[in-house]
Design a protein around this ligand. Structure first.
Ligand code: 7JO
Ligand code: MG
Length: 214
């Protein structure tokens, strides 16, 4: 049996990136996915928006839902301050094993905790298992119909505080209509849409940034 797309992505990183250099890992993945084989990373265009929101928020504790191969984990973790942490949740073991290697290749393993499992099961364990009081930043990039239930779960578990920023990928393509409805018509959130394009394509997509008002 041949290799998988994530395995080929890891090979491209090992071949073209410099160990311990997150920027070169990001470029290696973007170049591979743009010129060789498309993959569902947030990508370089939406990645610039992610970078700017992260720089603005400067989170101490960040959560990512849907690690996939770790591209956005690297994008996020490279911008975190020294003692800040990213927890990223991925339920597909085949993807998680690749993500761990890509995160480690970037030299960011000490800032990123990859937890294998389903967000719905793990979010309620964040406080007790990971000593998290609340998250300053949440990147939603998992199954698009889980964005609303998991946002409600984060609220109910007291993991959001006044000022927590939620940033959601793919709100146009593949689309998260219920999520847009939820955050845009909810007095507890201040939402803004950042137009962009689906990773490595000209198809319209964008990120929705929602500030929890407490
Ligand atoms: C959902 C995936 C991303 C990952 O999320 C993990 N996951 C899921 N549900 C959970 C959970 N409940 N808990 C933990 N992990 C979880 C999974 O295993 C994938 O690795 N992302 C996408 O499907 C995705 C798809 C597209 C896309 C766009 C146009 C097309 F024509 C085709 C595909 C673009 C994107 O930018 C995406 O992000
Ligand atoms: Mg995505």
């Amino acid at each position: 049996t041949g290799s998988s797309r994530p395995q080929r992505m890891l090979k491209a990183v090992q071949k073209n990136a410099t160990k311990g250099d997150p920027k070169s890992v990001i470029s290696a993945i973007d170049s591979y996915c743009r010129h060789k084989e498309w993959a569902m990373n947030v990508g370089d265009d939406k990645g610039l928006i992610l970078d700017s929101v992260l720089t603005e928020v400067n989170p101490s504790t960040a959560l990512e839902l849907g690690t996939y191969c770790g591209y956005s984990s690297v994008r996020i973790a490279r911008l975190l301050s020294p003692d800040s942490k990213l927890i990223t949740i991925e339920f597909n073991p085949a993807f998680a094993i690749i993500a761990r290697q890509i995160i480690a290749y970037a030299g960011l393993q000490d800032k990123v905790t990859l937890v294998e499992g389903a967000s719905g099961d793990l979010i309620p364990k964040m406080k007790e298992q990971f000593g998290i009081k609340s998250f300053d930043f949440v990147f939603l990039d998992h199954w698009k119909d889980r964005y609303v239930p998991d946002t409600k779960l984060l609220e109910d578990c007291g993991l959001l505080k006044k000022g927590t920023v939620l940033l959601a990928d793919n709100v146009i393509c593949p689309g998260a209509p219920e999520y847009l409805q939820y955050v845009r018509n909810n007095p507890r959130y201040e939402s803004r849409y950042y137009p962009s394009n689906l990773e490595y394509t000209k198809v319209e997509d964008g990120l929705e940034k929602s500030v929890f008002l407490g």
